[in-house]
Write a protein that binds this ligand. Structure first.
Ligand SMILES: [Cu+2]
Length: 181
């Protein structure tokens, strides 16, 4: 093979610069198109919360955790992910109905997934993570922490108890807990 001259190298470099610029342009246009025309956005529920005080005031205080049926029949579960447990350890949710899961953490980055479903999110200090979903199968689903958060990480998991809609009976305060059942 003959060694390329300076001129050949320059030509090749310019050619690949043009190719890369074209590819990046197409990708950027596709992202802008998806975002603006189809309203397809990243799952960004940008809601901030002070990790230092979330246990003292607001929706993530101990008494507010767990599942509650709120105005407009919305089913909302609030869960705190902390080293190395979830609070509460178990939440009850009805099947075949839109439910909202809200997570916050006072310490480090955690992550959750609910096995057998597409529920999967990071839980980042300073932010509230929110997921809307419909569970179609009943039973106890395992919800482990999937982001290494320290030595007790492997012990960190909770249960999502999905019950048939006719067995989902909130108390007078709208709450449903695993122990009450
Ligand atoms: Cu963790």
């Amino acid at each position: 093979m003959r060694a390329d001259t300076e001129q050949d190298i320059l030509k090749t470099e310019l050619w690949w610069t043009a190719v890369v610029t074209a590819v990046v342009t197409v990708i950027m246009l596709a992202i802008i198109y998806a975002g603006v025309v189809h309203h397809i956005n990243p799952p960004s529920n940008i809601e901030t919360i002070d990790p230092k005080t979330l246990h003292l005031t607001g929706e993530f205080t101990e008494g507010n955790l767990g599942t509650r049926v709120e105005a407009g029949d919305q089913v909302i579960s609030r869960i705190v992910a902390t080293q190395f447990a979830f609070q509460p350890q178990c939440v009850v949710l009805p099947a075949n109905r839109t439910v909202t899961l809200r997570f916050a953490t006072p310490d480090v980055i955690h992550g959750i997934l609910v096995t057998g479903t597409n529920v999967n999110t990071m839980v980042v200090p300073g932010y509230v993570s929110q997921v809307h979903t419909v569970f179609t199968k009943t039973g106890d689903l395992l919800m482990p922490c999937h982001e290494f958060c320290g030595l007790g990480h492997s012990q960190m998991w909770a249960t999502v108890r999905v019950v048939p809609e006719n067995e989902f009976k909130p108390g007078p305060d709208g709450r449903v807990s695993c122990d009450a059942r």
